[in-house]
Design a protein around this ligand. Structure first.
Ligand SMILES: NC(=O)c1ccc[n+]([C@@H]2O[C@H](COP(=O)([O-])OP(=O)(O)OC[C@H]3O[C@@H](n4cnc5c(N)ncnc54)[C@H](OP(=O)(O)O)[C@@H]3O)[C@@H](O)[C@H]2O)c1
Length: 312
């Protein structure tokens, strides 16, 4: 497990509570790393006291630990996709499967990541990267097998919903963002969410999952929140991420849109996320909910890990 922040610690807690039949053979934070037959409870209390010690050199962690699965839960730079990108490519080279909660490497380097997995004959799990506990990836996969999916639209970032509701109540965009930060809804640097790029990354991941494409962020037309949004009577503004396929063409878009109050994406509760898929035979399928927090993301990551290990 690389990364023992909010999601990493929640992942260790799940290992302690649920005792899945998998062993922990290595952990790393930004400063140190441990390997061996590790007890998740001991690692958790050690990490809560501070950074991990550098028990082995970082470059030897995979060769000494020899993991079947590398789980990437690191904070990942949105511009470079590092350090997650390099750790995941190294993991494939070392013959491990990879599970990640990070959207950036997939949204920027989908083709490279998948070709590395394919060359290594290993799998890549990324359920937690497109909406934490919202099972958007799993539903997309299942529907793509069952039908020809023509389009989807979703509210995939809770922060923008909070901000939009605040501006609808009369706050300026700046006041609404500041309130979201004070209440812990927005990250200290909320620009990726507010400018629409967080939603765009999830749209890219879902489109590629549905349609077998290798789109990246440059393929998405992105309009973030740029001003105060007053709701017109009977409507709520939401930041909507959408994808549509016509023949071989795929169009991806993120933009604030006024939705009727009874639209499934307007009636989501609080910070809930939701997505609607449209298909030739299935018609409309709505998936919503799932905790948008570290525990929800950790659960999605554990689910991917167990699926890859074929245990439950
Ligand atoms: N938080 C959520 O609810 C949520 C939901 C879905 C997806 N995600 C994704 O999950 C990932 C982790 O999020 P988070 O909220 O847990 O982040 P976080 O609390 O900021 O923790 C990040 C962790 O990454 C570690 N790290 C940074 N650089 C590293 C390196 N070079 N090698 C090893 N570890 C390194 C940090 O080490 P130190 O402890 O030493 O600082 C820290 O433990 C991100 O990609 C995020 O986008 C998060």
């Amino acid at each position: 497990v690389f990364g023992l922040g909010r999601v990493g610690l929640a992942f260790l807690e799940l290992l302690i509570q649920r005792r899945p039949p998998i062993g922990l053979v290595g952990v790393a934070d930004s400063k140190g790393q441990l390997t061996g037959n590790l007890d998740p409870g001991t690692v958790l209390s050690m990490k809560r006291r501070g950074h991990l010690p550098a028990q082995v050199p970082r470059k030897n962690l995979l060769s000494v630990g020899r993991p079947d699965v590398v789980v990437d839960l690191m904070a990942c730079d949105f511009a470079s996709a590092e350090p997650s990108l390099s750790v995941m490519l190294d993991a494939f080279q070392a013959g491990a499967h990879v599970v990640t909660a990070s959207k950036t490497p997939l949204a920027r380097y989908w083709a490279q990541m998948h070709s590395a997995a394919e060359s290594a004959g290993r799998r890549l799990g990324y359920s937690g990267s497109a909406g934490a506990a919202l099972p958007a990836v799993a539903v997309a996969r299942s529907l793509a097998r069952a039908d020809r999916i023509t389009s989807f639209e979703g509210v995939l970032t809770g922060t923008t919903t909070f901000v939009l509701d605040e501006t609808a109540r009369g706050s300026t965009l700046e006041e609404a963002v500041a309130k979201a930060q004070r209440e812990g809804v927005a990250e200290p640097d909320p620009s990726t969410d507010i400018e629409g790029w967080d939603t765009a990354a999830k749209v890219v991941i879902l489109a590629n999952t549905l349609w077998g494409t290798s789109a990246d962020l440059n393929d998405a037309k992105v309009t973030g929140l740029v001003s105060r949004y007053r709701s017109t009577p009977g409507k709520k503004v939401r930041l909507v991420g959408s994808g549509a396929r016509k023949g071989d063409d795929v169009s991806l878009e993120v933009a604030p849109k006024p939705l009727p109050q009874d639209h499934p994406l307007a009636s989501l509760k609080g910070l809930e996320k939701g997505i609607i898929f449209f298909g030739d035979s299935i018609g409309r399928v709505v998936t919503s909910g799932g905790r948008s927090n570290p525990a929800g993301a950790a659960a999605a990551v554990l689910g991917d890990t167990l699926e890859i290990m074929e245990v439950s």
